[in-house]
Design a protein around this ligand. Structure first.
Ligand code: SF4
Ligand code: SF4
Length: 392
């Protein structure tokens, strides 16, 4: 039975965070059996877009620092790397590492933030859907990967957990091609599960000190959860993370896919929980879900319709609001070229939009609302739901 460790950690104070990370790693048997002296170990935080740590978008730099220190203590060489959902170039990465606090961590510890832009083709013939993948060379060539996700909701995959975090090894805009090709959460999750099996992180340590609820992974609301989670099994960790924030693990598409493939049972009862009892860590009230998820699965007439008639009426569309600065980030991110700038504001063509929400994820100004079609709004109102519009 796979173990998941939960450690209480109220804030990002350096000493308490180091103690919680140490407790988590020790509670799982330590790093010594997972990495060897001399290895190059990739630390993979969630660095979705340039954002300051207090915005709750990225894995906190103090968690990355604590893990990096443990890797150094084990005689290995940590390197911090991610590829955000924007351009794949050194200038953008430099902004990302600086704003997220990674640059400072690396400078203080004398380690590197990756700026090797090479990519490598990795064959994956046993994959369910992904038979080969073009990924960051630093990830493909690392002796081990340590996965450092952030506990957040996700408008497309419901949970932005351990499995979803590994999508960051796909370089920059290469991600948009997957969104264009795999347009349902189920198909997309088949790819994510394949990718997680390719990456095989030796351990996952999740930043659940400050999480994000609502319209995550970028435009939701920061919420204090106060925990660090750890496991050598990223699927088991996501099962526990989902349960902790009040989600049914089987409603999280990557977990449903992995369960169908027999990679996990997806059941909490099959995970060995260590550390803080789950009942003491569980959120009450649970995370507010993303607008897109509540529209898909809500208890209203709309939810019922969406289960049999997924599409334009029942899923919200992105709409730019008055905060739009016409920065064009969303234009570049859209996998199907559905966004233009008109009269100084982004305009999303609903006839082209595949509702992947990449634009919503990457907009640096929270200038994209998710709005239901008028019929969906009508149905929601008539059933007392609350799915009409959400900005954060
Ligand atoms: S919606 Fe956001 S990302 Fe798109 S152009 Fe406006 S400010 Fe930029
Ligand atoms: S407009 Fe936004 S949600 Fe629609 S396809 Fe483009 S990026 Fe995805």
């Amino acid at each position: 039975m796979t173990a998941v460790y939960i450690a209480r950690c109220a804030d990002y104070d350096r000493d308490s965070l180091q103690a919680a990370v140490q407790e988590t790693v020790d509670g799982l048997g330590g790093l010594a059996g997972l990495i060897r002296p001399g290895w190059r170990v990739l630390l993979k935080p969630n660095l979705l877009r340039p954002a300051a740590p207090e915005q709750g978008v990225s894995t906190h730099p103090e968690l990355v620092r604590a893990v990096a220190q443990l890797v150094l203590d084990a005689g290995a060489t940590p390197v911090i790397a991610d590829s955000p959902g924007g351009p794949h170039n050194r200038a953008y990465l430099a902004v990302l590492y600086r704003q997220s606090g990674m640059h400072e961590v690396a400078r203080e510890l004398g380690i590197d933030c990756n700026d090797d832009m090479r990519t490598t083709s990795v064959s994956n013939l046993d994959g369910d859907l992904l038979k080969g993948v073009e990924m960051l060379a630093v990830a493909a060539e690392a002796d081990a990967i340590i996965n450092l996700p952030k506990l957040k909701t996700h408008s497309f995959t419901l949970l932005s957990g351990a499995v979803k975090n590994l999508f960051g090894v796909i370089p920059g805009m290469g991600k948009t091609a997957y969104h264009a090709k795999l347009q349902t959460a189920h198909e997309f999750s088949r790819m994510l599960v394949d990718l997680a099996l390719v990456c095989k992180p030796v351990i996952t340590i999740m930043d659940g000190v400050l999480g994000m609820e609502g319209n995550g992974p970028s435009a939701g609301d920061v919420r204090r959860v106060g925990v660090i989670l750890g496991s050598t099994d990223d699927l088991a960790l996501d099962v526990v993370a989902a349960a902790l924030v009040g989600m049914d693990p089987q409603q999280v598409p990557p977990l449903a896919v992995a369960t169908a493939r027999g990679l996990t049972t997806g059941r909490l009862e099959d995970v060995e929980l260590r550390g803080l009892p789950l009942e003491q860590a569980r959120l009450d009230p649970p995370f507010r879900l993303p607008t897109a998820a509540t529209a898909r699965r809500g208890p209203s007439i709309l939810g019922a319709i969406s289960r049999v008639w997924p599409g334009q009426v029942t899923k919200p569309y992105p709409v730019a609001n008055a905060d739009c600065t016409a920065c064009r980030t969303c234009v570049r991110a859209c996998p199907v070229k559905a966004i233009t700038i008109e009269n100084g504001r982004a305009r999303m063509a609903t006839n082209l939009c595949i509702q992947c929400y990449c634009c919503h994820e990457l907009c640096p100004y929270h200038a994209i609302d998710l709005q239901l079609h008028w019929l969906g709004r009508l149905l929601t109102r008539s059933t007392g739901g609350n799915h009409g519009q959400s900005r954060h």
